[in-house]
Write a protein that binds this ligand. Structure first.
Ligand SMILES: Nc1ncnc2c1ncn2[C@@H]1O[C@H](COP(=O)(O)OP(=O)(O)O)[C@@H](O)[C@H]1O
Ligand SMILES: [Mg+2]
Length: 212
């Protein structure tokens, strides 16, 4: 059988000296997986273990069959790209933000296409990122991730900072992205309805493990 997207075995992780995940066993397949659980249950921690922004104390994380510790962290973070809960743009224009990641690898980004996929018109390219609304900034974060041509997007509550209407718009954009590009995603969300609308499978975290 082909290896899954991510395989976590006996993963134990702490933050600030407190145990967060405890012997977690989880297989994440291709497609869209939603990650639910109460606040503080370790959803963000789990997402960060997937692309090695955090390291487990015990256990292993494999990406497409390879132990993440054997992969170059920068390459891993491009292939499995995390979009954080709150937008964090670089100073400068939207175009600068979108093309920055590829430029580190001496590549050009198709800024207009990335913006369009993220639901923004090409006219945004010359605007200052810091002057945009939070909803627009969140879309620029998506465009930045797409410019890296990731195999999987790790989305940490991508709509939680947005008002209801903007939420629905960004959610529709995400749905279109995954169906058009066929990119896999792990989406942390508080919203059961969002999980059902976007994901093929829902995983619920509780007490440091996957709840039955
Ligand atoms: N930087 C940090 N320093 C100390 N404790 C942290 C830090 N980040 C998270 N934690 C703690 O780790 C636990 C899990 O956090 P997190 O993975 O962010 O949960 P979730 O995303 O499900 O809300 C929480 O108890 C939280 O308070
Ligand atoms: Mg979180």
């Amino acid at each position: 059988m082909a290896p899954g997207l991510f395989t976590l075995e006996q993963v134990t992780a702490s933050r600030g000296g407190q145990p967060v995940l405890d012997g977690l066993e989880l297989e994440i397949g291709e497609g869209v997986t939603a990650l639910l659980g109460p606040s503080g249950s370790g959803k963000s921690t789990l997402l960060r273990l997937l692309n090695r922004l955090a390291e487990p104390e015990r256990g292993s994380v494999r990406f497409r069959g390879e132990d993440v510790r054997s992969l170059d962290p920068h390459d891993l973070r491009r292939r499995a790209c995390l979009v954080p809960q709150l937008p964090a743009l670089l100073p400068g224009t939207v175009a600068h933000n979108v093309s920055y990641g590829p430029s580190l690898r001496a590549r050009d980004a198709d800024v207009a296409r990335c913006l369009e996929l993220a639901g923004l018109s090409a006219a945004y390219a010359d605007r200052e990122g810091e002057r945009l609304s939070v909803g627009e900034q969140q879309r620029v974060m998506l465009a930045r991730a797409l410019a890296l041509e990731p195999e999987v997007m790790l989305l940490d509550e991508p709509t939680s900072a947005l008002d209801e209407r903007t939420q629905a718009g960004v959610e529709a954009t995400l749905a279109r992205l995954v169906s058009e590009l066929g990119v896999s995603a792990v989406i942390v969300t508080h919203d059961r309805g969002q999980a059902q609308r976007l994901a093929r499978r829902t995983v619920r975290l509780s007490d440091g493990r996957v709840a039955a």
